[in-house]
Design a protein around this ligand. Structure first.
Ligand code: PEP
Ligand code: MN
Length: 377
């Protein structure tokens, strides 16, 4: 099924800044954003969001100096699709688009720019000492391997739990702990949001938001995150088809926010009944995301594992699928495991995580180029 409201792309000869600005102004007036892709002879301006108002007023654009073409395009998920059809039936292939997250340290983490991004940290911010310890360890791993500009801290404050009687996180007090960790280390952090009413408040603190698997189709939440214009990790619902996941991302993009990172975190399948895996990792979908969307795709090796001895194997396996990064639940000291209130069994010790970081870097240098070549990328 093709989206009833197609998007627009406008090709403008290089150097025509005035025309580009006029297009941008119209986009802003219509509540849209303009994304510009650079080409050798012309730039392609892509109107992001719900473009119906823009299109109805865009007639004069083709008469502006330097405009080569203004195309209406169609795709199932028009804002995030990699391949869209123009009116003349030809395919237009977009570049994949990195998502940037800047730290207090001034370094910009570029997710989807060809280098593995390392996200790690506790399942949840449980106490200040724990959060600070783990953030400092993450920073020192980043420094030791020269990948500080690829490190992002994770930690939940608002926790979706299957059972209502389980610990559900410290809420805004957890956010305060994560703020302190950022202040101390300069690392940006990502944290989960569950309630669309709380998005503005949490977005005022966090560097990146996370929509968890249990809210993978909570569209009010998605739209609130879209409006926040914060970078976001959108986890795949553990029962969702890839297409449903892409449409969910489209809810965020339709609000003019394209800073979306998709995260595969395992599915409920027949295999999860046997008890040897918590969720079944769908590695093939990583390739599918790259082919179908312009969004970066990361993998969560922890939640499919449910057991810390499997986490490293999951993480390394995802490298074979040219994943843009991983988000791993880690532990600052073994003694904390039996105090941890959520996902303790799958928390990976930071020393072991450091070994994995080193292995990823070796993989990137040795196997990466050949893998990209045989995969046609
Ligand atoms: C988490 O990141 O701790 C989490 C709850 O993840 P998911 O939504 O994938 O279960
Ligand atoms: Mn968890």
């Amino acid at each position: 099924m093709v989206d009833a409201s197609p998007a627009m792309i406008i090709e403008v000869e290089k150097g025509n800044e005035t025309t580009l600005q006029q297009i941008r102004d119209l986009a802003v007036r219509c509540g849209n954003k303009l994304e510009v892709e650079d080409g050798p002879l012309f730039v392609t301006a892509w109107v992001i969001g719900d473009t119906r108002a823009f299109e109805s007023r865009a007639g004069y654009l083709s008469g502006l100096p330097g405009v080569r073409h203004a195309w209406t395009v169609a795709a199932d998920y028009k804002n995030i699709a990699r391949v869209v059809r123009r009116q003349d039936g030809r395919a237009h292939i977009r570049e994949r688009r990195p998502v940037e997250v800047r730290g207090l340290d001034g370094l910009v983490r570029r997710i989807g720019a060809g280098k593995h991004i390392f996200m790690c940290g506790p399942d949840s911010a449980q106490d200040l000492e724990q959060v600070l310890a783990i953030a400092k360890l993450a920073r020192s791993v980043g420094e030791r391997f020269g990948v500080l500009d690829r490190m992002i801290l994770r930690g939940g404050a608002f926790k979706p739990r299957t059972r209502p009687t389980d610990w559900r996180g410290h809420g805004m007090n957890g956010i305060t702990m994560l703020d302190a960790a950022r202040e101390e280390t300069g690392l940006p952090y990502v944290t989960e949001v569950m309630d669309h009413n709380l998005v503005p408040e949490i977005a005022a603190h966090a560097d990146m938001l996370q929509i968890g698997t249990r809210n993978a189709q909570n569209f009010d939440l998605h739209e609130a995150v879209g409006r926040s214009h914060k970078p976001v990790i959108l986890k795949r619902g553990f029962g969702n088809e890839a297409e449903e996941w892409f449409y969910a991302a489209e809810y965020i993009a339709n609000q003019g926010n394209l800073d979306i990172v998709l995260c595969e975190r395992g599915m409920k399948t027949l295999y999860t009944k046997g008890g040897y895996c918590r969720f079944h990792p769908d590695f093939n979908v990583i390739t599918h995301v790259r082919k179908r969307t312009i969004l970066p795709v990361i993998f969560d090796p922890s939640h499919p594992a449910g057991d810390h001895t499997i986490v490293g194997q999951n993480l390394i396996a995802s490298l074979g699928y040219l994943v843009d990064g991983t988000i791993t639940e880690t532990l600052h000291e073994e003694g904390f495991r039996n105090q941890q209130l959520c996902d303790a069994a799958q928390a990976l010790d930071m020393d072991k995580y450091a070994q994995l970081v080193e292995a990823v870097l070796r993989f990137e240098d040795s196997v990466g180029p050949a893998l990209r070549a045989v995969s046609g990328e």
